[in-house]
Design a protein around this ligand. Structure first.
Ligand code: ADE
Length: 343
């Protein structure tokens, strides 16, 4: 890609014309409310658009404004986030909502620099909110944008350039008249056309600026580990109601502190006929093979005589309001103890 201003202008025009006619109709694109844009951008970090849609709608029904979010209790926020993973995002958002309400009269700061002072808002989120909601000419770089940049600038240092290389290239390409649309167009291009494995170059609006047709230097793929894990299912079935026994993870745990889950158990040789469900669950670099074992209350008392962690029999109708771990939610859905309204 040539970086003469006239060429960059043509690149911007081609990309924005495509975006104007091809942008997906996504709920956070309906207005420029910084709160709604913030929620969408936080959810979209590490999570695909299709997985975010239902959570986004439900989250905004429960917490329609930054003021309502600031007043919520943390477990309610985590419950609405349950299944999206990376729960620190939800905790930090809740913290930041309190700062916006108590220190900024409920009004979002308008620049990326000011936004970055809020808890959990870093380079990516601040640039996304500032450009999309307030039109500040700052470039956004996410994983999709990085891939697009690697392909249109194949002279990048190998194997993967530093953050500054991506920032400088993105800033150089940015359309400063329409920064929010340009940033979203770059992300959209990466998400729908400039795909990691089989890029759809024939549909690419900026194909003529790209010499690589999708080949680029990439870091080696992550090595996945395999692990087995087992959970105990203790249930009380009453007419019209089911209860399950859940444990709360310690508040001091580094992963998912305070969230509720099925009790983890060590699986023995003779537990095989207890298996109620087996499923796979991938978290970052680990593929879990998860067995859910059925126990009666009496069997459980013999096997785990005294438990110190908080435990609670929970009605299936109350599970939606509890911050469950994503895996526990998945298991309870498969077993139809939780209704399947969100995939
Ligand atoms: N990925 C994350 N945020 C996005 C946005 N606003 N548009 C398209 N893809 C995105």
């Amino acid at each position: 890609m040539v970086t003469r201003p006239a060429v960059i202008r043509k690149f911007q025009q081609s990309l924005l014309t495509w975006f104007d006619s091809h942008a997906r109709d996504l709920p956070w694109r309906q207005n420029s409310d910084p709160y709604r844009i913030w929620v969408s951008e936080v959810m979209l970090q590490q999570t695909r658009v299709t997985a975010v849609l239902d959570y986004y709608a439900r989250f905004l029904t429960l917490f329609p404004s930054v003021t309502v979010l600031a007043q919520a209790k943390e477990p309610e926020v985590l419950a609405a986030w349950s299944g999206l993973g990376y729960y620190r995002r939800a905790r930090m958002m809740h913290q930041a909502a309190k700062v916006v309400v108590h220190e900024h009269h409920g009004i979002f700061p308008r620049t990326a620099e000011e936004l970055r002072k809020l808890p959990g808002i870093g380079e990516y989120t601040s640039s996304a909110i500032a450009s999309i909601a307030f039109g500040e000419p700052v470039a956004v770089v996410d994983g999709n944008v990085e891939r697009v940049l690697l392909r249109i600038f194949p002279e990048a240092e190998s194997p993967v350039p530093h953050a500054k290389w991506f920032r400088d290239r993105a800033a150089n390409l940015l359309d400063t008249q329409r920064p929010g649309d340009f940033n979203q167009a770059m992300m959209e291009l990466g998400a729908t056309v400039c795909l990691p494995q089989r890029p759809l170059c024939l549909h690419c609006p900026v194909q003529r600026f790209c010499k690589t047709r999708g080949e680029h230097q990439a870091p080696p793929p992550k090595k996945m580990r395999n692990r087995q894990i087992a959970y105990a299912l203790l249930r009380r079935d009453r007419p019209g109601a089911t209860q399950v026994l859940l444990y709360q993870r310690p508040l001091s745990a580094s992963l998912m502190p305070g969230m509720w889950e099925l009790p983890e158990v060590e699986m023995r040789e003779d537990d095989h006929d207890r298996v109620e469900l087996t499923l796979r669950h991938a978290i970052t670099v680990t593929n879990y093979r998860v067995h859910v074992l059925r126990f009666t209350e009496h069997e459980a008392t013999l096997r785990w005589p005294k438990q110190k962690t908080p435990q609670q029999w929970t009605e299936s109708s109350e599970l939606g309001a509890l911050p469950l771990t994503g895996l526990t939610r998945k298991v309870l859905r498969r077993l139809q103890i939780i209704a399947n309204e969100v995939k």
